[in-house]
Design a binder for this molecule. Structure first.
Ligand code: SF4
Length: 300
């Protein structure tokens, strides 16, 4: 019997265009920089290999106590940044290189356009992209799940047109207000679909903008190609929110799902019972890591 392995890499797995461009720009700056330091305002991506590679090129993380001088360069990552943080960085007096993904910038523009109304933002409260977006309006209410969204809608309706957002205790006046709903660029598409249903069911007058980026949609839809595999390996940093989402999505569909960061971690999982193996990866996973995992599994 032929016991060779069949390996399928999910369409859209690995680095998205925004991360690829930010990393490429940072490496080019590191290569050409003659004087001064290069600081990153936060991890470029949640991936150990990428972090080690950047550190190897002399790129360091900007800390509260970092001494910054005029010759230095600060890089704003693809997740974007709040305007208040940007002006703080600009006051440090060095070169600022903005690697904010154009698709994240588009979300901040929509927020600014509707900044006087009420904005519901679906996503992870502690994610850098959401933190940055929240700096563009005082009227943003973040909801992390459909349950939270339902609580939010009920909360603001409690006292007629003016209610309280139970998450931040702010009063929300939605009588005649421009109400919009937006998503983090890497949101689970199922969450947005559930949010649409909820707003319909509760007759909540909100204009919905689908701001999930095309790379994220492609990655999530790519998981369907893996559904008839015996096992699936999800590759990405343990702090990567979008990798966690992919892992959880696959776990809801099948039992043999493993989350690893690199080819070295394969030693810790038992793939022997499985012949047809799928590989998915978050936006922060370099393609060469996927390549080395593919090679290693083929030989196992
Ligand atoms: S996930 Fe989408 S929005 Fe975010 S950096 Fe990548 S391409 Fe841009």
């Amino acid at each position: 019997m032929d016991r060779r392995r069949e390996i399928i890499i999910a369409p859209g797995a690995g680095f998205c265009g925004g991360v690829e461009s930010a990393l490429g720009k940072t490496l080019r700056i590191a290569k050409n920089k003659k004087n001064g330091h290069i600081f990153l305002d936060g991890e470029l991506v949640h991936n150990r290999e990428v972090g080690d590679r950047l550190r190897g090129q002399g790129v360091q993380l900007l800390e509260e106590n970092s001494k910054v001088c005029a010759e230095d360069t600060i890089i704003i990552r693809a997740h974007g940044i709040a305007p208040q943080r940007r002006s703080h960085l600009e006051h440090l007096g060095c070169e600022i290189v903005d690697c904010t993904c154009p698709l994240v910038r588009r979300i901040s523009k929509i927020i600014e356009t509707h900044g006087d109304g009420q904005i519901i933002l679906l996503g992870d409260r502690n994610h850098a992209e959401i933190e940055g977006l929240c700096g563009h309006s005082k009227n943003i209410h973040v909801c992390e799940s459909p349950i939270e969204l339902a609580q939010f809608i009920d909360g603001v309706r409690q006292n007629g047109p003016i209610g309280k957002n139970i998450f931040n205790n702010k009063c929300v006046n939605f009588a005649g207000a421009d109400m919009v709903l937006l998503c983090q660029s890497t949101l689970d598409m199922d969450f947005l679909a559930a949010a649409r249903n909820l707003c319909d069911q509760k007759n909540f007058p909100v204009k919905i903008f689908d701001t999930i980026c095309a790379a994220t949609k492609r990655r999530q839809l790519g998981l369907q190609r893996l559904e008839n595999c015996d096992a699936v390996i999800v590759v990405g940093g343990k702090h990567s929110a979008n990798t966690k989402r992919l892992f959880e999505k696959m776990r809801r569909k099948m039992a043999a799902v493993f989350w690893i960061e690199n080819a070295g971690d394969l030693a810790e999982i038992n793939l022997n019972p499985h012949r047809k193996i799928g590989i998915a990866a978050g936006a922060s996973t370099p393609r060469d890591v996927l390549g080395s995992i593919h090679r290693k599994i083929s030989k196992k």
